[in-house]
Write a protein that binds this ligand. Structure first.
Ligand SMILES: [Zn+2]
Ligand SMILES: [Zn+2]
Length: 350
């Protein structure tokens, strides 16, 4: 029998770029596996890292591999034992595959599983017409949520996970970095009643996006002193909560400095290099609580995201700036490389 083929975007050699080509469709789903026909996918910073072949990608990715992990589609086949979904269901997926067996997984902390495998990084991903995934990561979408929004739920979940590190309702919040996740975090804070949301960002395109999305104040650290401005905006108190989304040393420093004594900081941004800080003055004597945030709580974060989207408390169209046909994927990558986009969506099928 002739093997069926599908279009997919692959890293097929250890160098800059990605390739769209025809590959075999995944084999039928085995026990606890689900086969999905993709409708819409979105491009993540991780996909861009793999595209530009940065230091992280060189160390982590073993070509050939199909990239992509932010997906929305329809279940077209299920393997033995699958209970969560059936054929015809409209689904998305968490990108982190937990082993379900380690200490963390056994103690309700699957998002920090010691043996996490990432879709489109460690196993073939979703930038394809079909993807086969383990049942554990599948999320059944509410039919009222568009496929475009559904595919963005994965980074939206990072934003929610960070915002919900502690209660930020009626609190002042600083978010450093207005990339898509920072922007979504700001929208979530507004939706759940933070008193004021202040952001820092240097990129003019992203500053505009943040203003349009309703972020109260956007400070450009090149033009203004972040600490001084925040003290003015908070009557000299400093912010109650600091969400770090940029992975930049200066942003981390400004944020910790501008945090009120006894406040909390949640760090999602990933830093290129080691960071040196005055821990005594910035953390210990201020009595702050510091959270490292990774992935999404499975599936508490998804439940919150579903509520925010289903009841239209957050409008993800403010972060989705470009929609391309699947064949035009490289246009999206180029925009992201220039940091002239919010979320970029690719339409795989109707
Ligand atoms: Zn992602
Ligand atoms: Zn595990």
């Amino acid at each position: 029998m002739e093997t069926q083929t599908m279009k997919a975007i692959l890293k097929d050699s250890p160098s800059y770029g990605l390739t769209m080509k025809r590959v075999s469709v995944p084999t039928p789903p085995g026990p606890n596996e689900v086969l999905i026909k993709l409708k819409v996918v979105s491009i993540c910073g991780t996909d861009l890292h793999i595209y530009v072949w940065n230091k992280w990608a060189k160390n982590r990715i073993k070509p050939p591999i199909i990239v992509g992990h932010e997906i929305a589609g329809e279940v077209i086949a299920v393997g033995e034992g699958v209970k969560k979904v059936k054929v015809g269901d409209y689904v998305s997926a968490d990108s982190h595959i937990p082993c379900q067996n380690c200490y963390q997984c056994r103690t309700n902390r699957m998002h920090v599983c010691k043996n996490t495998k990432i879709i489109g990084v460690d196993i073939d991903g979703g930038f394809a017409e079909y993807v086969k995934l383990p049942e554990i990561v599948i999320w059944k979408n509410d039919p009222s949520i568009s496929p475009e929004f559904a595919s963005v739920q994965e980074p939206f979940g990072n934003a929610i996970h960070t915002v919900f590190a502690e209660d930020v309702s009626a609190k002042s919040v600083l978010i450093t970095g207005m990339g898509p996740i920072g922007l979504m975090a700001g929208m979530v804070c507004k939706a759940i009643g933070s008193s004021v949301v202040i952001a820092t960002e240097v990129n003019p395109y992203r500053i505009e996006l943040a203003k349009k999305a309703g972020i109260d104040y956007v400070i450009n650290p090149i033009e203004e002193d972040v600490y001084d401005k925040i003290m003015k905006l908070t009557d000299g108190r400093g912010v109650d909560a600091f969400l770090e989304m940029s992975g930049k040393m200066n942003a981390l420093y400004d944020g910790l400095r501008s945090l009120t004594n006894g406040g909390h900081a949640a760090l999602l941004g990933v830093f290129d290099d080691d960071v040196s800080l005055n821990i005594n003055d910035l953390i210990v004597f201020k009595g702050i609580r510091l959270y490292g945030i990774t992935g999404r709580r499975m599936f508490e974060t998804w439940e919150i995201g579903n509520q925010l989207l289903k009841h239209k408390l957050v409008d993800l169209s403010k972060v989705i700036t470009h929609v391309f046909d699947f064949d035009d994927w490289e246009k999206g990558m180029k925009l992201m490389e220039k940091a002239e986009s919010g979320k970029v969506i690719l339409r795989v099928s109707d």
